[in-house]
Design a binder for this molecule. Structure first.
Ligand code: ZN
Length: 500
């Protein structure tokens, strides 16, 4: 089944077809953080959405190149650097480190490339020079270089691909130097901002452009094309970036190369907190760290952020986080029981299936089919979860239906476990199915985190000592575990760790 995604460019759901003629590789660029503060929960919704897209593509078998830029020079950063009387690198470095740590806390896969704007100044300058050479960019009296929307449109190019713009209201010759402006004030925008005293020592020297620094929009055009080529498959971001940031990225890139920039544009919707737009004055402004301090885990926050469809406004609430905790506990309990069942000696049904499987090899085609069907009935068709999950994910990442499939599977698995009809093989297959699904959801399991690695290592050492019949050593390790607050019980299913 093919993956279908909503493309902001066509305003319709389209089958994802990569540019790679072999159909195997997919290049994806996500607008990354502007590292001037800790990312808030609204930002995290977008980054977790990006992670979902990446994991889905990999689940579908694509070899993904995931690029996420780090915006480490722009208007807001420079203002903060001046206020804090620090250096650009020192200031942005701390927030970049925090961002990467938070990314890990939410179990987002690290992008393959995280280019920094300040490491790509030469590429940015080269791109601006190209636009000047093509007559689409010009140097204004203030020394800054601007993108000419009129010249761009004069070349037959379309400004306003992601949203409709009313050019009749535009006044010729108007310019905007700030990176952020509304579509009502569409104007020539800055590519290179000439050095001004407020910039302090944040500037670069360019022979052709003069002393200055890049605008925010050109940074993304230069870095994305540098890593992924002049045309690539997917570009993601929050819906607030559609205009002007993404529209300007298209104009700069297509203006310079004359080629289509991006095939699929994906945008994540806004997030409300407790039913209102997040703001510091309302007290509903949360960074990830604020929520961790309230006792929630990255896993619970990730789950909550992944419950709503990415194109729907999501109401993030603390109640919702408590709900996430309950939902995850249901999954964990089921997985715990499955692990126990999978590790247990073969129950009757599992042994029966094992015998049948061996016999099947010698059977004719028809008998084989019949036997396999029978085996599936006994095992509970664990692949159903993967098939159902894939089908709904293919439908523009229908995540709520994906969770519905997961919880239906949990219910059904619990039922089978209770009536003891799954067996060790069935339980192992069910776990394998879960692992496939979790490669997309990325919520993992709690068990590993529950027992510290040091305790697990001690338990393993004790098992090894017992095997070697060194009971003295095994007892000493048991005492050590006790001193650290853990008891080890030998059960018929192997040793079990319990917290005292
Ligand atoms: Zn960007």
């Amino acid at each position: 089944m093919a993956l279908k995604l909503f493309n902001t460019l066509s305003r319709s759901i389209q089958e994802f077809m990569p540019l790679d003629p072999a159909g195997k590789k997919a290049g994806m660029y996500c607008c990354g953080p502007t590292v001037y503060d800790f990312a808030h929960i609204g930002n995290w919704r977008t980054f977790v959405f990006g992670d979902l897209v990446r994991r889905t593509l990999e689940f579908k078998g694509y070899a993904v190149t995931h690029v996420m830029n780090i915006t480490d020079v722009e208007d807001k950063i420079i203002k903060r650097v001046q206020e804090n009387k620090t250096s650009l690198r020192e200031f942005t470095g701390q927030y970049e480190a925090a961002f990467l740590e938070d990314l890990k806390t939410l179990n987002c896969l690290l992008p393959h490339h995280t280019p920094h704007a300040t490491d790509h100044i030469a590429d940015i300058i080269a791109l601006i020079e190209k636009l000047i050479a093509r007559g689409i960019a010009y140097k204004a009296a203030d020394g800054s270089v601007y993108f000419s929307i009129e010249k761009y449109r004069g070349c037959g190019c379309n400004y306003g691909q992601l949203l409709k713009l009313n050019f009749d209201e535009m006044r010729a010759g108007e310019r905007v130097k700030s990176d952020e402006y509304a579509k009502e004030s569409v104007a020539d925008f800055a590519l290179w901002k000439a050095r001004v005293p407020e910039d302090g020592d944040v500037f670069w020297k360019s022979e052709s452009l003069g002393e200055g620094r890049p605008g925010w929009h050109i940074e993304c055009s230069a870095m994305s094309m540098k890593v992924l080529g002049e045309s690539f498959d997917l570009h993601l971001g929050g819906e607030d970036l559609i205009f002007p940031h993404h529209e300007d990225e298209i104009a700069q890139s297509e203006g310079a190369t004359g080629k289509p920039f991006v095939k699929h544009w994906l945008h994540g919707a806004h997030l409300l907190v407790e039913g209102k737009k997040m703001s510091k004055s309302l007290g509903n402004f949360f960074t990830l760290r604020d929520l961790l301090a309230k006792g929630f885990t990255g896993r619970e926050i990730r789950y909550a952020l992944l419950t709503a469809h990415y194109r729907e406004t999501f109401n993030f609430t603390l109640d919702g986080l408590h709900g996430a905790r309950t939902a995850l506990a249901r999954i964990d309990e089921c997985l715990g029981k499955l692990r126990e069942a999978a590790g247990a000696p073969n129950s009757d049904s599992a042994r029966t299936v094992g015998v049948q499987s061996r016999d099947v090899q010698d059977c004719s085609g028809d008998t084989l089919k019949r036997e396999l069907q029978h085996a599936e009935t006994v095992l509970g068709a664990p692949n159903d979860l993967v098939a159902r999950f894939t089908a709904v994910l293919d439908d523009d990442l229908n995540i709520s239906a994906a969770w519905a499939a997961v919880f239906e599977w949990v219910r059904e698995t619990n039922r089978r476990l209770a009536e003891n009809s799954l067996g060790a093989t069935g339980a192992a297959s069910a776990l394998a199915a879960w692992e496939k699904v979790d490669s997309v959801l990325g919520i993992g399991t709690k068990s590993g985190a529950d027992v510290p690695a040091e305790i697990l290592a001690l338990a393993e050492a004790r098992t090894a000592a017992k095997k070697a019949k060194d009971f003295k050593c095994a007892d000493a390790i048991r005492d050590k575990l006790k001193a650290k607050g853990w008891v080890i019980e030998d059960t018929s299913k192997g040793p079990k760790l319990k917290k005292i």
